[in-house]
Design a binder for this molecule. Structure first.
Ligand code: HEC
Length: 136
C-alpha cells in the first residue's frame, strides 16, 4: 500500500518537473532568435550547411513552444480567451515549422530569393504572435 503511495508521489512530482513554464518559453524564444541569426548568416555566406543547422535549431526549439502551465491552468477563469491563445500558438508553431523546411528546399535549389521570402514569412509569424500576446 505505502509503496503505491510513494510511486504516485514520485510520478506526480516527475509530472510537475516536466511542466512547461514561462522561463522555458523565454529560453526557447532565445534559442529561436539565435537560430534565425544562424539561418541569416547561411544566406549571407551562401552556406547550405549553416542554413541547415539554423533550421534544425529553430525546429528543435519551436516544437517545445507551447502555452506555459501557468496560463493553461488559468483556463477555467477565462476559458474562451485562453483557448484562442492556445489554438493560435499551435497554428503558428505549425506554420513556422513548415516554412523552415521550405527554406531548405528553396536554398538547396539555388533559389535564395524564395528562401529569403520564407524566412521573412517566419519573421512575420514571430512578430504576429508577439503583437497578439505581448502587444509589441
Ligand atoms: C506562440 C507565440 C510566439 C511565437 C510564434 C514566437 N514568440 Fe517569441 N515570444 C512570445 C512570448 C509570449 C514572449 C514573451 C515571453 C515572456 O516574457 O514570458 C516572447 C519573447 C521573445 C523574445 C524575448 C525573450 C526574452 O529574453 O525576453 C525573443 C527574442 C523572441 N520571443 C523571439 C522569437 C522568434 C525569433 C520567433 C520566431 C521564430 C518567436 N519569438 C515566435 C511568443 C511567441
Amino acid at each position: 500500500m505505502k509503496k503505491w503511495v510513494l510511486i504516485l508521489v514520485v510520478s506526480l512530482s516527475a509530472l510537475f518537473g516536466a511542466e512547461y513554464t514561462k522561463e522555458n518559453r523565454i529560453s526557447d524564444m532565445n534559442e529561436m532568435a539565435a537560430a534565425m541569426n544562424t539561418i541569416q548568416s547561411g544566406f549571407f555566406y551562401n552556406n547550405y550547411d549553416t542554413v541547415v543547422s539554423g533550421v534544425e535549431h529553430l525546429r528543435n526549439a519551436i516544437v517545445r513552444v507551447q502555452p506555459p502551465a501557468e496560463e493553461v491552468q488559468e483556463k477555467d477563469l477565462i476559458a474562451r480567451y485562453m483557448n484562442q491563445k492556445i489554438q493560435m500558438t499551435n497554428k503558428i508553431v505549425k506554420k513556422i515549422n513548415k516554412k523552415s523546411l521550405t527554406i531548405l528546399e528553396r536554398f538547396k535549389d539555388g533559389d535564395s530569393a524564395q528562401a529569403l521570402q520564407e524566412y521573412t514569412k517566419i519573421m512575420g509569424q514571430c512578430m504576429s504572435c508577439h503583437r497578439e500576446m505581448r502587444n509589441w
